[in-house]
Design a protein around this ligand. Structure first.
Ligand code: CU
Length: 196
């Protein structure tokens, strides 16, 4: 029980109990030795003091001992918290490992959003050399695709409202993005971009 009490309450309860015990022992053995008629004329005072100590002890047990319940409830928490922390650390470690693997496997490609409609291609036209991920979105009403004339790479046909990604590595130079659906390039679905 004493382990369940906080230091302050343990001392409070201990001191109250000790004073009570000392008073009882003194009354029984010590005082009579010096004052044979103890408590004698002070009987009423003795009874009052005895009652004060009795109820004081009860109060002390209630006040200081009450914390036992809180501790009993609170006690399991450190274990749970430790478990949670351990789990969190493991998760973090796992994530870090995943991120490291991902980073090592493929350096982040520059993402370039491309919008296609009838009959226009809209995108950033000044790009940085290296790995580029074209994220094409068909904002039109008929199917389109996205191709790069100089490299021959292209996406599958994208349905209206659909998206497709085209990942390429481009060196510095001028390139043309266009739609390979017959007639669409001529109708305006082409865009000159400069990679530097
Ligand atoms: Cu098209």
């Amino acid at each position: 029980m004493s382990l369940a009490l906080s230091t302050g309450h343990e001392i409070g309860l201990g001191v109250t109990g000790l004073v009570f015990i000392l008073f009882a022992l003194a009354s029984s053995f010590l005082f009579p030795r010096f004052r044979p008629d103890y408590p004698g004329r002070g009987l009423l005072a003795f009874i009052v003091v005895a009652f004060v100590f009795f109820f004081g002890m009860l109060t002390a047990v209630e006040v200081f001992g009450a914390e036992t319940k809180h501790h009993a409830v609170a006690a399991p928490q450190p274990t749970t918290a430790t478990a949670a922390t351990t789990t969190a650390q493991q998760t973090t470690t796992a994530q870090t490992a995943t991120q490291a693997t991902t980073t090592a496997a493929k350096p982040a490609a520059t993402k370039v959003a491309v919008s296609e409609t009838e009959f226009k291609i809209t995108a950033l036209t000044a790009l940085k050399a290296g790995e580029i991920m074209f994220e094409a979105k068909n904002d039109g009403k008929i199917p389109h695709d996205l191709a790069i004339k100089q490299t021959g790479e292209k996406t599958n046909l994208i349905p209206p409202g659909g998206t497709a990604e085209l990942k390429v590595t481009l060196k510095a130079g001028k390139y043309e993005l266009y739609c390979t659906v017959p007639g669409h390039e001529a109708a305006g679905m082409k865009l000159n971009v400069t990679v530097s």
